[in-house]
Design a binder for this molecule. Structure first.
Ligand code: MG
Ligand code: MG
Length: 252
């Protein structure tokens, strides 16, 4: 069941989402070659808790996710576990996925940061992944269908020759981090659930440089590309209103 939020509830959801936006903005400056992903996670957790919020991801799932943010480098698509053994280096692309919970609501967003110099095609991958999100976002208007969002994302990614990961999706979000509906990053325009005001969605294209095939590492969390080529991830939480979609994971 899709849980429709009132205008007042959407307003309440801004706090958790703004904390997520603040953390990601901070990390964009903070992440440098030589840092471990554990150190990035510690900073994210301190920032989240400093706002009186709780990291949504910590303890989530089976096995329980052991950290506050997911950090997924290069061929890692999503759900990378921060580690003292993983060190950021020049030429990496680093995806950070952050969730925060406060006042009974979750916020969720992800960014992929380019560290130093990367190949032009890798930079294009990161840029197109974000652009694909915005293409989908533009379709998130009342009266359109879920497939309009999905198809717009897929079209953008594939027009650049990139792969669209099938196994993972965006989602509804609210009092639970993952609510209905699933928001696929591929699909057909004009199909699926009718969009209506009060839906709050976390849309998150996961786009690959090569094959769209992925596999799960032995840690039971990290998703990597099957061919070892880079992947990018970009996510925002937004609410659909009568006047169109509004981003919640933005700074106030
Ligand atoms: Mg996320
Ligand atoms: Mg999400």
């Amino acid at each position: 069941m899709v849980i429709i939020k009132s205008a007042a509830e959407i307003e309440e959801m801004k706090k958790a989402n703004q904390i997520v936006a603040m953390v990601l903005q901070d990390l964009e400056e903070f992440i440098k070659p030589g840092l471990t992903t554990a150190a990035i996670d510690q900073r994210a957790e301190a920032l989240i808790r400093g706002e009186g919020a709780v990291p949504s991801f910590k303890g989530y799932g089976h096995p329980p996710f052991p950290a506050s943010v997911c950090i997924s480098i290069n061929e890692a698509v999503v759900h990378g576990i921060p580690s003292e053994k993983i060190v950021i280096k020049d030429g990496d692309i680093v995806s950070v996925d952050c969730g925060a919970y406060i006042d009974g609501w979750h916020g969720d967003a992800a960014r992929t940061f380019i560290i130093g110099e990367v190949d032009d095609k890798v930079r294009e991958l990161v840029e197109v992944t974000e652009q694909a999100f915005w293409e989908g976002f533009q379709q998130a208007v009342p009266g359109n269908r879920l497939g309009d969002i999905s198809a717009a994302i897929q079209k953008k990614a594939e027009s650049h020759g990139f792969g669209v990961v099938r196994e993972l999706t965006g989602h509804g979000i609210g009092r639970d981090m993952h609510e209905e509906p699933n928001v696929l990053n591929y699909g057909r325009a004009g199909r699926g659930l009718r969009l209506q005001p009060g839906m709050v969605l976390a849309v998150e294209p996961m786009i690959t440089l090569g094959s769209k095939k992925v596999r799960l590492l032995d840690d039971n969390w990290t998703i990597v590309t099957a061919d070892g080529k880079q992947a990018s991830h970009y996510e925002n939480t937004f609410a659909i209103t009568e006047d169109g979609p509004i981003i919640l994971t933005a700074l106030p």
